[in-house]
Design a protein around this ligand. Structure first.
Ligand code: HQG
Length: 180
């Protein structure tokens, strides 16, 4: 499949499986799932027909494995702004994790720590390269190091999404190292 078509489908899915399902008249269940056939019908009825093969292909080969299909249902693996409970178990994180941001947010982050902003969780990356890519969406990336092991020892919970993104509710400033 053409790369541009894949990206268009992936963005369409993000819009409707993470943020605005009501725009195409679908309802996500408590876990964020919707039956694949319901999604495909709604997309077609709203002027964006996707074939079942295209959907399968996007889910399997998406660069970040953003979507999961299980038992005939599909959901976004993370990144929602609508309320969903992904029912991810709390797990022990590695000693350090990383967060990619940009210089203009650093002063606020030093004061308040990392906040989820419009998402449900703060998103953390397992390595610097991934964090740098996340930050680079907004400008020259600034990579912060998160003392995840210490946070966990102090009782903060961590979860890991199906596509390997680490999730926390808040990262207080005391657990962050800023590059000099
Ligand atoms: C910043 C993409 C001011 C934070 C990526 C970030 C990721 C603060 C922005 C995923 C702050 C929120 C998530 C504070 C945090 N004051 N700014 N106290 N705390 N920020 O997009 O982490 O393509 O919600 O640094 O690849 O950038 O969607 O989070 O710059 O995995 O699958 O506020 O989104 O994945 O931005 O990105 P976002 P993010 P997808």
């Amino acid at each position: 499949m053409d790369e541009r078509r894949m990206v268009r489908i992936s963005k369409y899915l993000a819009r409707h499986l993470r943020h605005d399902p009501q725009l195409i008249g679908i309802t996500l269940d408590a876990g964020g799932w919707v039956p694949v056939d319901v999604l495909l019908r709604a997309a077609a009825e709203h002027g964006f027909p996707i074939t079942a093969d295209e959907l399968q292909h996007v889910v399997e080969s998406n660069d970040k494995r953003r979507y999961a299909i299980e038992d005939g249902r599909i959901r976004a693996s993370q990144g929602h702004s609508v309320p969903v409970d992904l029912e991810l178990p709390a797990v022990e994180p590695p000693e350090v994790l990383y967060h990619g941001t940009v210089a203009r947010f650093v002063a606020a982050i030093k004061k308040e720590g990392l906040r989820p902003m419009s998402r449900h969780h703060v998103h953390l990356s397992p390595d610097r390269e991934t964090a740098a890519r996340v930050g680079a969406r907004r400008g020259v990336p600034v990579v912060l190091t998160v003392a995840a092991g210490a946070m966990h020892a102090d009782g903060h919970e961590f979860r890991r999404s199906a596509n390997g993104v680490w999730l926390a509710e808040h990262v207080p400033p005391g657990y962050l190292w800023f590059p000099s």
